[in-house]
Design a protein around this ligand. Structure first.
Ligand code: GLN
Length: 545
């Protein structure tokens, strides 16, 4: 596949440090352009896993699931939330995927007896992948984020591939953006350009000359530092912009714009792309105002296992922020480690004291689940607004079966071990569905339609819709054998799969807001379009306090 002659490429690299927020930077650039152009983000990761699906979330952050069932990393969450688009698994290239394809092609004899080499075979495969997506998606702009920092050995083939790509497509059709760090050492008290100079020099050695440098700094970059960096990079001072630290990441596109980003990009790539930021600015303004002088502060508990790393629940946190921006309030998140609930005494009120809403998000395994069940019972009995997501919904069903229906031995078969069976398996791995699961890397993954029951809370929350589409990542589900016994006295399964007899939403009618969903609504929440289930949770909580 060759260059289609139409797509413009913006290639984002990082230097000096990891963790500077390259994903958010790339997403912010995209968000300024996507109002008038089709922007397609592509992420190139150096690791050898095929995808992050098997990585521990405490190590790698949340696994983000796409509508097409792909498991990708958190940066795709940023892209979708900032660009308001659905991304695809194919848009994530990992070295694992690259080598897998190379080895498959070699075995098939595709290389016609040639020695298979890093150059040109690996770099060609990367370029072809990029050009194929550009053409398939008819992208106006392709935003390529190269993982890691310039010096990393594992990313060198991507760097070399984009260097070649730059030559293939021509200067006015591609733009290199380099994100660096500008420290202000304590005691020195001024912005320092040396780390940026060194990382740009390293990039130059690889044949890449950035057209735009974003300097991450605790303050706006001074004209002096911009001039200094510009001099070293063969660019104008206005091509050096501030990536100032902010409390609210959604403000970053506005800061870039203030620093002149879209004008620089438009000029270089010869495009017409003044951003459309009205609604975005209004919501960012709401968030900032509520950080400073909140109209109201809601306390929301997130009760889970990986609470030591907030990144494991990044999309849940973002979904809360989106809804809070629309409701013009501030949410303080209180992390409750449910393993501690078990070990430090089972007194639920102690953990949920003062909470206006409670979320039990997704999870796996048996650690901490009794703590979650204890907390769910408390919120059900005390009328505290509740949203149970995936495992959170399954455990809400277990709690109800045990404490209301009297099935003391109710549980999920996920906890079974050493051949000891759960007495009342209200949540189970259903026989006969193994085939479906094997297709999706052993889990039911990705977007599926959900039929919503007329007259239910869920239907009201989804604006009267009878069919919605949400994203899933699970192995177990409500056991249909128990559905009839569970569904009375206000307990309703209000969402069902459109293809099988499986339950996807549960709700209680005699409660201010008690709703569980088998899917992950947080994965489709964006600043401009918050997830309805989160919006309603906070709306009800707001109304009640
Ligand atoms: N562990 C549960 C399952 O596999 C829930 C998964 C989740 O919360 N993502 O069904």
């Amino acid at each position: 596949m060759k260059y289609n002659g139409k797509t413009k490429f913006i290639i984002v690299t990082g230097g000096v440090l990891s963790g500077l927020g390259k994903g958010v930077a790339a997403a912010s650039i995209g968000s300024l352009l996507c109002g008038r152009m089709k922007v397609v983000p592509v992420k190139c990761d150096g690791y050898l896993n095929t995808d992050p699906g098997t990585m521990n979330p405490t190590e790698h952050g949340e696994v983000y699931v796409l509508d097409d069932g792909g498991e990708v990393d958190m940066d795709f969450g940023h892209y979708e939330r900032f660009l308001n688009i659905q991304t695809r698994f194919k848009w994530n290239l990992t070295m694992g995927k690259v080598f897998k394809q190379i080895l498959e092609k070699e075995r098939k004899g595709d290389y016609l007896g040639k020695t298979v080499q890093f150059l040109p075979h690996v770099t060609n495969l990367i370029k072809e992948h990029i050009f194929t997506i550009a053409t398939e998606e008819q992208a106006d702009i392709m935003l390529i984020e190269i993982g890691g920092t310039v010096g990393d050995l594992e990313n060198q083939f991507y760097i070399e591939a984009v260097r070649q790509l730059s030559h293939d497509v021509g200067h006015e059709n591609r733009m290199f953006v380099h994100l660096t760090y500008v420290p202000i050492p304590s005691g020195v008290g001024e912005q320092k350009s040396k780390p940026t100079q060194m990382s740009v020099r390293e990039l130059n050695e690889k044949g890449i000359y950035p057209d735009l440098v974003i300097g991450r700094c605790s303050e706006y970059l001074t004209p002096i530092i911009k001039e200094k960096i510009a001099l070293f990079c063969n660019i104008e001072p206005n091509q050096v912009i501030s990536g100032v630290d902010v409390q609210n990441v959604y403000e970053i596109p506005l800061i870039y714009e203030k620093e002149g980003l879209s004008e620089i990009v438009s000029k270089h790539l010869r495009i017409y792309a003044p951003p459309k930021l009205e609604q975005w600015s209004r919501l960012v303004h709401n968030i900032n105002r509520n950080l400073a002088t909140p109209r109201k502060v809601l306390q929301v508990a997130i009760c889970g296992k990986y609470t030591t790393l907030e990144d494991s629940y990044a999309s849940v946190v973002e979904a809360i922020k989106h809804s809070a921006a629309h409701l013009d309030l501030r949410v303080n998140i209180n992390w409750v480690d449910t393993e501690k609930v078990e070990t430090e005494g089972n007194e639920p009120a102690k953990w949920l004291d003062g909470m206006h809403a409670v979320i039990v998000p997704g999870g796996f395994g048996s650690r901490g689940i009794e703590g979650k069940i204890t907390l769910i019972q408390h919120v059900r009995e005390q009328g505290i607004p509740f949203l149970g997501i995936c495992y959170g919904m399954q455990l809400a069903v277990v709690e109800y079966a045990r404490n209301v229906r009297g099935l003391k031995g109710a549980n999920t078969t996920e906890v079974e071990k050493d051949g000891i069976k759960v007495e009342s398996p209200v949540i189970a791995y259903l026989p006969g569905q193994e085939k479906i699961r094997e297709m999706g890397a052993t889990m039911r993954l990705g977007g599926h339609d959900v039929l919503v029951k007329s007259g239910s809370v869920a239907q009201k929350v989804y604006g009267g819709a009878t069919k919605i589409r949400e994203r899933f990542r699970h192995r177990y589900e409500v056991n249909p054998i128990f559905v009839k016994d569970l569904e009375k006295d206000g307990f309703v399964f209000s969402g069902k799969s459109s293809t099988e007899d499986i339950m996807q939403i549960m709700e209680l009618s005699n409660h201010p807001y008690f709703l569980g969903c088998q899917f992950h609504p947080e994965l489709q929440s964006t600043l401009l379009q918050p997830a309805p289930l989160f919006l309603e949770l906070l709306r009800v909580a707001d109304e009640r306090c």
